[in-house]
Design a protein. Structure first.
Ligand SMILES: Nc1nc2c(ncn2[C@@H]2O[C@H](COP(=O)(O)OP(=O)(O)OP(=O)(O)O)[C@@H](O)[C@H]2O)c(=O)[nH]1
Ligand SMILES: [Mg+2]
Ligand SMILES: [Zn+2]
Length: 324
């Protein structure tokens, strides 16, 4: 039976679709395979490079997951759910309406920081003026910390989509956000044949019933050469977007206290300066983080988020210890 390398392009629970990577003998490039995992040790994530073994026509089983550059996932005390792997950037899609949760935004940024991925914030539906000032207000701490924020109207302002292009070309970006923020609308604006790519995935599956819960990998079209049409370099990577289903919760129970401290980038200059080395930045005496809040240089909301995540992480440790 043939073994070859494939890119995991869609994930439905423990069922995956993977696409053969080009340039392998006896394997038609881009061929799609239904891939299963033999057991828990081979749970895949969209973006994984797999070594698979063919088991039948267009069927294969995972033999190995090539070491990941990074893995973005959520977790509570009991289980974890992967979102994507080997990504360069996370696009956090927010909207003026329905209002977004600042808690989820904060968690997505922390997830990105701990995975070593650049977060880029998109505020969509800026064509709806009523809630724009409130949304901007909630983003102020993130702008102050230097995170890139793009104000967009994917539906009504094509120039705002154009402006995002240079930031997604040549990179693998994952779209995350609550339901209804406009992730799929953005995907379709950036990838005109996204619907066709989805169709091709669905055709390969026995039924389309899992479509709404899937994370999927989409290829960006090759960049248009504005200067001349003759030199379209066919070998350079155009980039990709990974769409994820909207979620309401973003548990980060797997993060250790130290990982958390470092993930809050505005805390970094103050690390180790609190009186107690394991300061929770609550009501301990000599807390420099709280002093920074009082001085207005750190947002109180971010410290609240830190305390909440720290609490969830400790809880998960306690539960895990009891289960052992
Ligand atoms: N006014 C306005 N509406 C928009 C804009 N972009 C998207 N929408 C609308 O917002 C709604 C939700 O968009 P989707 O792209 O389906 O949202 P999503 O984030 O993919 O949602 P899930 O797939 O449920 O996670 C749709 O009715 C879109 O037409 C925009 O720029 N302005
Ligand atoms: Mg969607
Ligand atoms: Zn402190």
């Amino acid at each position: 039976m043939k073994s070859f390398k494939a890119l995991l392009v869609a994930s439905y629970g423990r069922h995956y679709l993977a696409r053969a990577i080009e340039g392998q003998a006896d394997i038609s490039p881009q061929a799609l395979y239904q891939v299963t995992s033999r057991g828990k040790q081979h749970l895949g994530a969209v973006g994984d490079i797999l070594e698979v073994q063919e088991t039948g026509p267009e069927q294969a089983v995972i033999e190995k997951i090539v070491e990941r550059k990074n893995l973005l996932y959520r977790s509570d005390a009991y289980k974890s759910k992967s979102i994507a792997s080997n990504v360069d950037q996370i696009l956090i899609v927010l909207a003026t309406e329905p209002g977004f949760s600042p808690d989820l935004l904060g968690r997505a940024v922390i997830a990105a920081e701990t995975a070593g991925i650049i977060p880029r914030i998109i505020l969509n539906k800026c064509d709806l003026p009523n809630k724009l000032p409130a949304a901007r207000k909630m983003l102020e701490p993130y702008i102050a910390m230097g995170y890139p924020v793009h104000e967009m109207s994917v539906k009504h302002d094509p120039a705002s989509v154009e402006a995002l292009l240079p930031h997604v070309q040549g990179r693998v970006s994952v779209l995350v956000g609550q339901s209804g923020m406009g992730k799929s609308t953005l995907l379709n604006a950036l990838i005109p044949d996204a619907a066709a790519q989805t169709q091709e995935h669905s055709k390969k599956l026995d039924s389309g019933k899992h479509t709404t819960t899937a994370c999927r990998y989409y290829d960006l079209p090759p960049a248009k050469e504005s200067t001349s049409a003759e030199t379209t370099s066919t070998n350079s990577f155009a980039g990709a977007l990974i769409d994820s289903p909207g979620f309401q919760e973003f548990g980060l129970a797997h993060l250790s206290e130290s990982e958390l401290q470092h993930a809050f980038i505005e805390f970094r200059p103050l690390l180790g300066k609190c009186k107690f080395h394991n300061c929770s930045h609550g009501d301990e005496p000599g807390c420099v983080v709280r002093s920074a809040v009082d001085a207005g240089t750190i947002s109180a909301q971010r410290v609240e988020l830190f305390r909440q995540l720290r609490h969830e992480s400790h809880n998960a440790d306690t539960i895990q210890a009891k289960l052992k």
